[in-house]
Design a protein around this ligand. Structure first.
Ligand code: IVH
Length: 731
């Protein structure tokens, strides 16, 4: 993967954690507005790299949202990433790939349920973020209709159906001869999951349709399963009473409830349903359906017993449509369910047909998204947290407030400039915003409510944990604690080292790390391997079993792949992708440590920021001492597969064509990888060598010759694996 910029990891989230968030020139999660210049626009970042990075970031968040039901960023931020990608792809159409998130509907499939292929794909919707975007969709549609011969006046008042955009999860329900036979989630739009048994438990979903001459032979109904707010709140009340964890918001809870293996669990969650769209339909005896408009299809759904939202309205002009959007933006909390926008659909089905669809969404509909929600609360205090890299992040401590479906008590204020810019002071009433999901933001103070004489907040000059003077590098926005032994930094780096994307050691969460630190047993990551377990005996929470488990977890961590170790070393800007790239290319920690800046820069996916940071890390004698301790403890330094083979062709691409004597195709590929190399299927100018066996393809040979790539026979290949050298004649 071509990514220079740090990417999200699944390590424990730390608001001060640079590698896990974003860094580099543009910031992986930085919001994007169409009229804003991006780092790519400014020529600071290669579009290929940024596109790749955006796809990875979007993929990560999409998986958290759709599959894990545990989003980490607000919808608005996700949308901004997607828009940045759309913008870049529009400028570089040659870089569009069929699997780009702009071309597929979000939400992949979990493996727990049987797969269902949708007879009509379940598409997503394009978004309009404000009035201008809504109107420009209206104009685009009118122009497209005019091209299709619909006259301008008619096109301008074409007839819209405006529906509330229910914040739940889309499902498709299939009925044959009146019986509910199959219910599926949207999944990736083409294929979803069979959740029939669970859907059957939802009261609002009919299991039989009324019998009659006009009951469709087949009907597929689309709609939204959701959790009413009252149900969500009651669920969280009982969770709190039982001391259980609280659910984040109704949408994710509904999704989790629907994907329970045990349908009785779904039943207990009291989900509800609104139908809003017809999929496949076949009338009895093959008679064609009589309806010509969307609103007639909704009437049909209502008459068949499906709940149709009572707020749906037919409107003639975009002015009316926008007024409807404004109205519901203001009144969204008058409802007993969450909505995050308004869906505007053309009413005329024939016109819809003519307008057609893009790869991802119909042209005949648009989702008007509400702006992020805002609430006010008291700012109790601003605390400065020290992260594993020493970054000092001010964090707002808030009087808990319910916003966007969950209670918020803390929000990051990012850095000194942000606090100054927002001018928020402890004691202020502040506006808190959440884009319907997870990450809360303090927008600013309500000045009219500021108590007289309230003092401005001053960024501390010294680390609140170790007392060292904080530094703010010139040109940077962040303060940091420069003391590498600062207990907060050390604790953060140990937790990170033990995190899932690093060495994955169970039992090294915040509280045990702090405990071991306070006992003087843990001064850095390497001390994990020389913990004095005898001293833990008798400490509360550390029985024989948990100590044995911890020993086993520490032992197992010694065998993690090199890339995980690199992640765990806490090198600034270096996260999963960069670590994979380095591990794949060099194959051994010592080779990375010895690599020059140029060597590092030659690795695909490693740019200036990472390369400099890696070089600087290995130049620090303290870090080298840590490496030696890890080596002495027996931690694996070899990658990518710890093959035990000499890493003679690290990072080199060797293409095999034809049949070799000693290896079949898979074995040849495996042996190349075991020696640190890559084995792509085609020859390019980056190919290091082409190995030919019996019946080799002529095209690969020709290409190799054209590009001057060395061609080897099997004996030369064996020699290459053993020594890393090409025979003199072929080099
Ligand atoms: S129509 C082809 N109508 O929004 C049109 N979708 O961003 C398909 N949604 O996947 C969707 N309320 O989960 C439609 N009244 C409504 C909706 C609605 C919520 C959701 C649905 C869809 C997503 C698209």
């Amino acid at each position: 993967m071509l990514r220079d910029v740090a990417e999200p990891t699944d390590a424990p989230t730390d608001p001060t954690d640079e590698a896990a968030g974003a860094s580099g020139a543009s910031g992986a999660t930085g919001a994007f507005a169409a009229d804003e210049l991006t780092a790519v626009d400014r020529g600071e970042l290669d579009p290929v790299a940024r596109i790749d990075e955006l796809r990875a970031t979007i993929g990560y968040h999409s998986r958290r949202y759709h599959e894990l039901d545990a989003p980490e960023i607000p919808d608005a931020e996700y949308d901004a990433l997607l828009r940045e990608l759309q913008h870049l792809e529009a400028e570089h159409p040659d870089l569009i790939t069929p699997d780009s998130p702009t071309q597929v509907v979000g939400g992949a499939i979990s493996t727990t349920f049987a797969e269902v292929v949708h007879s009509v794909p379940m598409m997503s919707l394009d978004n309009a973020m404000d009035e201008a975007e809504l109107r420009s969709w209206g104009e685009r549609t009118a122009r497209a209709l005019a091209k299709l011969g619909v006259d301008a006046d008619a096109a301008a008042t074409v007839g819209y159906v405006c529906e509330l955009k229910i914040d739940g999860l889309a499902v498709s329900l299939r009925y044959e001869h009146g019986a509910f036979v199959l219910g599926a989630t949207r999944g990736d739009g083409r294929k979803g999951e069979d959740v029939t048994a669970n859907l059957r438990t939802i009261e609002a979903i009919p299991t039989r349709l009324p019998k009659g001459a006009t009951t469709p032979a087949v009907i597929e109904v689309r709609g939204e399963v959701y959790m009413p707010i009252a149900v969500f709140e009651a669920l969280n009340r009982s969770q709190a009473e039982a001391g259980g964890h609280l659910y984040v918001n109704p949408r994710n809870t509904a999704a989790g409830s629907l994907r329970q293996k045990d349908a009785a669990m779904t039943a207990s969650r009291k989900l509800a349903f609104w139908s809003y769209q017809l999929g496949e339909i076949a009338m009895p005896d093959g008679t064609p359906p009589t309806f010509t408009t969307h609103h007639e299809t909704l009437d049909l759904l209502g008459s068949l017993g499906f709940p149709v939202n009572p707020e749906i309205q037919r409107l003639g002009t975009l002015d009316e449509v926008y007024a409807f959007c404004r109205h519901w933006q203001e009144h969204r909390h008058d409802l007993d369910y969450e909505i995050d926008g308004v869906v505007v659909k053309l009413d005329d089905l024939a016109l819809r047909e003519q307008l057609g669809v893009t790869a991802k969404a119909p042209r005949w509909a648009i989702a008007f998204k509400f702006p992020p929600e805002e609430r006010t609360t008291k700012l109790l205090d601003i605390q400065v947290l020290i992260g594993r890299t020493g970054r000092a992040t001010p964090q707002a401590q808030l009087e808990p407030v319910f916003v966007g479906g969950s209670t918020v008590a803390r929000a990051t204020l990012h850095n000194q400039d942000q606090v100054k810019l927002k001018d928020v002071r402890p004691g202020d009433t502040v506006i808190v915003r959440k884009a319907g999901d997870v990450i809360p933001e303090v927008v600013g103070p309500v000045l009219s409510e500021r108590p007289e004489g309230l003092a401005e907040w001053v960024f501390p000059t010294h680390c609140p944990v170790c007392g060292t003077a904080l530094v703010r590098p010139e040109g940077g926005a962040d303060h940091r604690c420069p003391n590498t032994s600062c207990p907060a930094r050390v604790a953060g780096s140990i937790e990170h080292f033990a995190g899932r994307s690093a060495l994955d050691i169970e039992g090294f969460g915040e509280s045990s790390v702090r405990l071991f630190q306070s006992m003087g047993m843990l001064g850095g990551i390497a001390d994990i391997y020389s913990l004095d377990f005898d001293r833990l005996a008798g400490v509360e929470g550390f029985g024989d079993t948990s100590i044995a488990n911890m020993r086993a977890a520490i032992e197992a961590s010694k065998q993690r792949p090199l890339a995980n170790l690199l992640v765990g070393l806490n090198i600034r800007h270096l996260a999963n992708a960069g670590s994979e790239a380095l591990a794949g290319h060099f194959g051994h920690l010592d080779q990375i440590a010895a690599a020059s800046l140029d060597d590092l820069l030659s690795v695909e996916g490693v740019g200036q920021i990472i390369a400099e940071s890696v070089r600087a890390w290995f130049d620090d004698p303290d870090n080298l001492a840590v490496i030696e301790k890890l080596r002495a403890a027996g931690v694996n330094f070899v990658g990518p597969e710890a093959s035990g083979k000499p890493q003679t062709i690290t990072g080199k691409a060797v293409v095999v064509t034809g049949m070799l004597e000693a290896y079949n195709r898979d074995e040849a590929e495996a042996i190349i990888k075991a020696h640190g190399g890559k084995s792509p299927g085609s020859v390019s100018k980056k190919t290091f060598a082409v190995v030919v066996g019996d019946g080799a393809g002529a095209s690969k040979l020709t290409k190799a010759t054209e590009l001057g790539v060395p061609v080897l026979d099997e004996a030369a290949f064996v020699h290459l694996l053993a020594t890393g050298e090409l025979p003199a004649a072929s080099a």
